[in-house]
Design a protein around this ligand. Structure first.
Ligand code: S3P
Length: 444
């Protein structure tokens, strides 16, 4: 049953909080732990619906995954190529990252698996990973259009692959690198636009032989396969894509000042901060520090008069999940915000470009769009007063709830359940800061 929920005009958001662990890092920590030798200990893991699916998937493939009383997670791996034949299908729920990275991980082990997902994930393209993973020697069968359910027959004698990414996707890059772990020799991915590099960093932390080189075609990332990974300790910092919501709320609700501590500030993830600075936002990075091979810091945002800007296509990979909340913020900016290079938004948990356009228009905000761009006509005052279709997309849900906090009239969303895929506790955290949100599903 869907759980509708509403946000109401709010002011004076104040306080300091922490958001749950980074989703991308959490998936990878569980997966690499599952193929490493020994026990990987993870602190700060995101305990959200998406990550729980990945935990269940790795357990079905034979890894031991346990939560200890101190909230640390312990993964005892099976070694590279050590997965066992699972019973039944493996359900990845709403998670494209889970399904695509796990496909890479299993496709060079001679087992048969069937991946399924929820209604949203079953509409998302898998062809983008099937094309390179087939080159390792794996076989794939899918529903029409390269969609889930997807049957994978892992390669018995995998061969290494060199693959130039046709789309700037960290999921595709990671799927190929993970497949390469169990292929003899060197597997190389070539990327022209830098997407998030958590797989590369974490593989190095697990002792993999991985290197990067600049070349005329782009950055070449090479991993040597057929070697064991060594379990390690991982601390997951707060997810910048989650921190974006309370910080955005502080920027548009009058008299607000909010600090989010302990946020991952990996440079492949900070495009939103750059854009917000361009927009004149009063947002600061406090106490930048190094932790476990990543830069982390505290982010502080204050109510600000924003101005419309041009967000160039080259910035898209570093803020790909932040366009929904940026579009909501742009509605409150003075002037037009134009966002370019948005083609990938069409294949996220929903068609985010279409969902943002429809929702903003319903709230009285003028929007224009094309195949891969969007323009939002900002004004100091946004009417709101609409019921938004979230299309099973957590970030559409949270973006419109934030918009409703600063609009003149409340904004409702059709379902708050999906928020728990990435940001369990979102509504409670926002309420503690002073936001008025009613009706949210328990856990959202
Ligand atoms: C992710 C990569 C991005 C992002 C997703 C998480 C990852 O997807 O949108 O939320 O963890 O690798 P794409 O690789 O499709 O761009």
């Amino acid at each position: 049953m869907p759980t509708p929920c509403t946000s109401h005009p709010s002011a004076g958001l104040t306080g300091t909080s922490r958001v749950p662990g980074d989703k991308s890092v959490s998936h990878r920590a569980i997966m690499l732990g599952a193929v490493a030798m020994g026990e990987t200990v993870i602190e700060g893991l995101l305990e959200s619906a998406d990550v729980i699916r990945t935990i269940q998937a790795m357990a079905a493939l034979g890894a031991r995954v346990e939560r200890h009383a101190d909230a640390s997670w312990h993964v005892t791996g099976r070694g590279v190529g050590g997965f066992v034949q699972p019973e039944g299908t493996i359900d990845f729920g709403n998670s494209g990252t889970g399904a695509r990275l796990a496909a890479g991980l299993v496709c060079t082990t001679p087992i048969k698996v069937i991946f399924t997902g929820d209604e949203s994930l079953s509409k998302r393209p898998m062809e983008r990973i099937i094309t390179p993973l087939t080159q390792f020697g794996a076989r794939f069968d899918t529903a029409p259009g390269g969609r889930l359910p997807m049957r994978i027959q892992g390669a018995a004698e995998p061969v290494p692959v060199e693959y130039a990414l046709p789309v700037p996707s960290a999921q595709v890059k990671s799927a190929v690198l993970l497949a390469g772990l169990n292929a003899p020799g060197e597997t190389t991915v070539i990327e022209t636009a830098a997407s998030r590099d958590h797989t590369e960093r974490m593989l190095a932390a697990f002792g993999a032989d991985i290197r990067q080189e600049r070349s005329a075609q782009g950055t070449r990332i090479t991993v040597r396969g057929g070697r064991e990974l060594a379990a390690c300790a991982i601390t997951v910092a707060g997810d910048p894509s989650s921190a974006a919501f309370p910080l955005a709320a502080a920027l548009i609700c009058p008299d607000s000042q909010v600090t989010v501590e302990n946020v991952l500030l990996n440079p492949t993830r900070t495009g939103l901060i750059e854009t917000l600075h361009d927009m004149g936002a009063n947002i600061r990075i406090l106490n930048p520090r190094n932790s476990g091979g990543e830069v982390i810091g505290d982010l502080q945002a204050e109510a600000s008069q924003l101005r419309g800007v041009l967000v160039p296509a080259r910035r898209a990979p570093s803020m790909i999940d932040e366009y929904p909340i940026l579009a909501a913020l742009a509605a409150f900016a003075e002037g037009t915000t134009r966002m370019e290079g948005l083609a990938e938004l069409r294949v996220k948990e929903c068609d985010r470009l279409a969902a943002m356009e429809a929702g903003l228009k319903a709230c009285g905000v003028p929007v224009r769009s094309g195949e891969d761009w969007m323009e939002v006509e900002g004004s100091g005052a946004v009417r709101g007063g609409a019921q938004i279709a979230t299309h099973m997309d957590h970030r559409i849900a949270m973006s419109f709830l934030v918009l409703g906090l600063a609009a003149r009239e409340p904004v409702g969303i059709d379902d708050s359940a999906m928020i728990a895929t990435s940001f369990p506790g979102f509504a409670g955290l926002m309420e503690k800061l002073g936001a008025r949100i009613t009706g949210a599903r328990e856990g959202a």
